[in-house]
Design a binder for this molecule. Structure first.
Ligand SMILES: Nc1nc2c(ncn2[C@@H]2O[C@H](COP(=O)(O)OP(=O)(O)O)[C@@H](O)[C@H]2O)c(=O)[nH]1
Ligand SMILES: Nc1ncnc2c1ncn2[C@@H]1O[C@H](COP(=O)(O)OP(=O)(O)O)[C@@H](O)[C@H]1O
Length: 398
């Protein structure tokens, strides 16, 4: 039986569940109190999480998945909608200060089934309106890789490729870490069990999977992520929080598909036969599942590429357009937060908390996308001179 932390309040005013003592904050979610802060039990360099179960009076050390935020000497925390807490790290730049601690989402429930323990997941918040990731599927030899390479070459600052893990052997020109992370089955299976993968599937007799890291690296670079994965993987991603756009690439005919696969000369005859058998099933699933938002036929390569660009809204002018990164802002340890609908007001004027200061920011969460596993995207941050700039009359700072 544990003792409830002394700094807990039973109810929090204005929906702003913030109470702090030193570097810890406590947020009440149903019958549980999430205590965020201090160092993690296993690693002293990241922010720890403990849960106090009010009904049993027990402390719980949850399994924590996802990249964890580095320890800072202060943070604030706001409950968003019952299944995630926004944590704003002090003494941090705006590209590393917004983090989400999730509990009770479908992903967490699945993880809890696997681990048989309470699970929480961290997801880093990424500023700006980066567009949805793109999932590209289709049978082996249809031209997915060729189309993706063209896109990456023409729009290097816009797209980033999610480098999958696979247990298959590398082909002659494939580089580890660039085309795939070539892995041992046992290591990959252990990492899957540890929640490090967004999705995985057995394809043509080998294990393939997208690690959470693979998509996070691309999101952190402010780029739009492209995933080349099979139909089973696409189904898993559809069920995840990634919120992607799904494109199926289809061949003009089965004969042409076989011709391309043979001409590529990367597989043995036995492997070609296996891929062709699987292709029939994949083509059926691609047509009938309602899983894909778009199907493109790759007959003439250039026409298909044009169709792909149109589908992604890439007109001529877009070629030179770069994603603009929001200006970096420094958030001090001393700041006060309040939540008004989908907006978080962050008052960094530590000396005069009760007044709207010049150092006031609004974090707009109305376009929030994604979440664990992976990054939470679509956060918009802007400066405001007074609370009236963005919110109306009764929105006082607490
Ligand atoms: N589910 C899943 N499928 C993947 C992943 N990476 C690649 N694949 C799929 O695995 C299949 C085989 O890929 P590969 O061995 O590179 O052969 P290729 O499709 O003939 O180039 C293709 O359908 C890929 O889309 C992944 O991370 N997850
Ligand atoms: N539209 C096309 N017409 C003819 N050949 C193509 C076309 N698209 C791709 N190819 C060729 O087909 C082969 C398979 O393409 P690839 O991109 O490796 O397919 P996937 O990644 O879907 O397995 C490659 O040799 C590629 O050059």
């Amino acid at each position: 039986m544990g003792e409830a932390p002394a700094f807990f309040a039973d109810s929090f005013p204005n929906g702003v569940d913030l109470k702090s003592k030193g570097h810890e904050t406590a947020i009440c979610v149903g019958s549980k109190i999430y205590v965020i802060g201090g160092a993690d039990q296993e690693s002293l360099s990241v922010i720890g999480v403990r849960i106090f179960d009010k009904s049993s009076g027990e402390w719980i050390n949850p399994i924590v998945v996802g990249t964890q935020p580095k320890l800072s000497n202060g943070h604030s925390a706001v409950l968003l909608n019952g299944d995630r807490i926004l944590v704003i790290k002090g003494n941090s730049k705006s590209d590393d200060c917004f983090w989400f601690l999730e509990m009770g989402t479908p992903f967490i429930r699945e993880q809890e089934k696997t681990h048989g323990n309470e699970v929480v997941a961290w997801s880093k918040g990424v500023l700006g309106n980066v567009e949805k990731p793109i999932v590209i599927s289709g049978p082996s030899g249809v031209g997915k890789g060729t189309l993706i390479s063209k896109l990456m070459k023409d729009f290097p600052s816009m797209f980033g490729f999610s480098v999958s893990h696979t247990t298959r052997a590398p082909r002659e020109k494939e580089q580890n870490g660039f085309h795939y992370h070539f892995s041992d089955r046992s290591v990959m299976e252990r990492d899957i069990k540890d929640g490090k993968f967004l999705e995985f599937a057995s394809v043509h007799g080998n294990l393939y999977g997208t690690s959470v890291d693979a998509v996070e690296v691309v999101a952190d670079a402010g780029k739009r992520c492209i995933l080349d994965i099979d139909v089973q993987g696409a189904r898993s991603v559809r069920a995840s929080s990634l919120d992607a756009i799904f494109i199926f690439i289809s061949p003009p005919s089965f004969e042409e598909l076989e011709k391309r696969l043979r001409a590529r000369a990367t597989e043995t005859e036995e492997q070609i036969q296996k891929r062709l058998r699987n292709a029939r099933a994949e083509l059926e699933q691609g047509k009938s599942s309602g899983l894909f938002d778009h199907t493109l036929v790759n007959d003439d390569l250039e026409s298909c590429y044009e169709n792909l660009k149109n589908t992604l809204g890439l007109t001529e002018g877009v070629k030179t357009a770069r994603i603009t990164y929001p200006e970096l802002v420094d958030f001090p340890v001393e700041h006060l937060v309040s939540k008004i609908d989908q907006k978080i007001l962050i008052n960094c004027g530590a000396a005069e908390y009760q007044k709207a200061s010049d150092n006031m920011y609004v974090l707009d969460l109305s376009l929030l996308k994604g979440g664990a596993p992976g990054r939470t995207r679509g956060l918009n941050l802007y400066v405001t001179n007074s609370s009236n700039d963005c919110v109306n009359g009764d929105n006082q700072l607490s």
